[in-house]
Design a protein. Structure first.
Length: 141
């Protein structure tokens, strides 16, 4: 079993956690900690940010924290086994930084199953995390 499992989730997209959450719980075992990570995407351009209301990013980060707290309350009966983290920036980079910062020994993340239109086997973010992670990564479909 693993001591610190990082589980990045996109609360707007249940595909990102519906299958990965039970796997993360199982791999954390009876005593491991699951680190839930929500990510507020970076706009990538300061020009885009000028069109947003003042304080937009701070409000988005607070809203993400509140949503993750609610999610944890619904899905983790033992709150002592879950930690909530909010990241900001590029998804793959934020996952890798969070894994290092929180001492994750495993990253569990979902990737959508490819169909006829998508020939890529795993998502771009999952691919980047798998290629650059210093710890094991479980990609769940």
């Amino acid at each position: 079993m693993h001591d610190n499992v990082l589980l990045p989730v996109d609360l707007q997209n249940p595909e990102s956690w519906i299958k990965a959450l039970p796997v993360a719980r199982r791999l954390a075992g009876e005593s491991g900690i699951i680190h839930l990570l929500g990510i507020v995407h970076d706009f990538g351009s300061s020009m885009v940010a000028t069109f947003l209301p003042k304080g937009f990013e701070e409000k988005a980060l607070r809203a993400m924290k509140e949503a993750l707290d609610d999610f944890a309350g619904q899905h983790f009966p033992d709150e002592s086994r879950v930690r909530i983290h909010v990241g900001h920036g590029h998804v793959a980079e934020t996952i890798l930084k969070a894994a290092a910062k929180h001492g994750a020994d495993l990253i569990v993340m979902a990737s959508v199953k490819p169909d006829e239109l998508r020939s890529i086997l795993i998502s771009q973010d999952a691919n980047t995390v798998v290629r650059h992670s210093p710890v094991s990564v479980m990609v769940v479909r």
